[in-house]
Design a binder for this molecule. Sequence first.
Ligand code: KQY
Length: 363
Amino acid sequence: MSERLQSKPSNDGYRMPGEHEPHERVFMVWPERCDNWRLGAKPAQRTFVEVAKAISKRTPVTMVVSASQFDNARTQLPSDIQVIEMSSNDSWMRDTGPSYVVDDNGNRRGVDWGFNAWGGLVDGLYFPWDKDDQIAQKVCEILGDDSYRAPLILEGGSIHIDGEGTVYTTAECLLHPSRNPDLTKDEIEKLLCDYLGAEKVIWIPNGLFNDETNGHVDNLIHVVRPATIALTWCDDETDPQYTLSRESLAALEAQTDAKGRSIEVIKIPMPGPLYMTAEEASGIDAADGMEREAGERLAASYANYLISNKHIIFPLLDPKTDGDMEAMFKRMYPDHLITGVEAREILLGGGNIHCITQQIPAV
Ligand code: KQY
């Protein structure tokens, strides 16, 4: 049985674990909408299959899929990937799924944030988004876990957590007028700490250049381990990312985390710059909201990777830099399995591997 709780995780002794802590399962959503994924989402579906297969080397995967796509997904996915029917508006489980919190007694609960498709009627990417907004509660119901409905519009990709009291986010996203315009920065910090069981919020000014999520932090940085952050870096002074990465570094170096530690920053390469081709753009249905023009700069980042049970699943995006990134991952995570997955099709939809996955902590 799953209950909706009226209290707050911090008062109940719960905290969100870091991604490096053990996972029971990873949830994903099957892609199908034709104004985001090209060619009827067929190339994206093949990529989602490869991501699910990679994750399942170490962690069981559940793929949620609409009724009309059930047979197709079930046929394309190996039998050890669980496929269950659930309605959705698109396929970004990081943003629509629950953020899980755990206590010291082996219990876990879901946090169900409000979801408005990255900006609602101000600058959201599609309408309606009601099915996506129900996903977190449905996942908690399926897993038999209690949940909190947090009074905050927030996507899971707009926060990173170290599991030891620190939340990382960007001002560009969480203070954007399309999310919680009636709340002050202090009120947002308080809600983050209350619902994530955290003590300190580290604000980075902006996310990655031209990210349609209004600068999700998970497309710019990743928490490698507490007090160590991988930051997307750019050495080309003519690239708009050059200044954004330097401002991010300055913000991280100017602060200490919740435990008072200085933050070590590992600069990771940026793929590209990469752009949408005319052929790719021509395969996407026209719609309001998402920019899908030939020549559009893609928000490509290796920071958008998943850690799951000592396994790094990262996007292969650019043959010029993929090898360097893989070598860096081997140095950053010497005791982890490292798996790269060709991920341009996810990038064309506006995110990457971290954005399409949501881990359920093991308790
Ligand atoms: O980056 C993410 N967390 C999601 C990207 C959503 C893009 C929708 N087209």
